[in-house]
Design a protein around this ligand. Sequence first.
Ligand code: AMP
Length: 285
Amino acid sequence: MRLILLGPPGAGKGTQAARLVEKYRIAHLSTGDMLRAAIAAETPIGLKAKDIMASGALVPDEVVVGIIADRIEQGDCANGFILDGFPRTVPQAEALDALLKQKKLKLDAVVQLLVNEAILLQRVENRIAQMKERGEAIRADDNVEALAKRLEVYRGQTEPLVHYYGDRRMLATVDGMKSIDEVTAEIGRILAAAAAPAPAKPKKPARPKAKPAEPRPAKKASPAAKKAKKTAKRPKSVKSAKKAGKPAPKAAKAGGKGLKKAAKKTAKKAVKTRAKGRKRLTKRR
Ligand code: AMP
């Protein structure tokens, strides 16, 4: 399990990380804790980071990326890790992507804790008061001015990561104003969903076999259509009918041009014959 906890200072990242470490047996990588350890050990990195951290500003990207690159190589990270306070800028997120790709590792989730800033300030003030009561050392950046600066830096440089991981569909948001237990339970649900195997793609339903085409019921032609069909098929003249090897047109049967001629001939003949007959009769008389 590899995840990032994203949220402004005082959102409860550290508290939730401690619970997740127990539950999943993974390493807790807090760049803030590592830098504080470096300051305590007075290493070159610690000396470089000391004043920057006290002011509430960010330590240079290459410094924290170098720390994380070394840290995830260690044995306790083999089972996974929680990144708390890293990445804090887009270049850090890009460097982390490159690191993970190089090591053939992938992130399971990025969980953002959403909190109300006014309540956040009150939470930090309460925490400072409690630490003082217990006689504990107070962080150099745990004061109102440094906190205001840290919140400003968060809005300007870290919040763009919400879009960075949102665009990659890796971001899950939790209401950080709920109780610690409720937030833990919600993160648990997110991580369970992230670890679950992706649902198999639904198979395309098999195409139904093509039915043999049913014969279409013959349409009854309207009388007008019938007439139009007949006229269209019928050749116009006897000549063209002969050419086409079709029956002679109706008009020809009923007295077309050709028959009209024949009828005239016959009529002439009849007139002649009748005239001859009359002549013969008059002769006899
Ligand atoms: P934190 O304990 O996470 O609130 O971090 C405390 C301070 O450490 C921050 O205000 C920064 O000055 C420094 N720091 C921690 N993590 C980073 C980081 N990823 N990039 C730059 N500075 C960091």
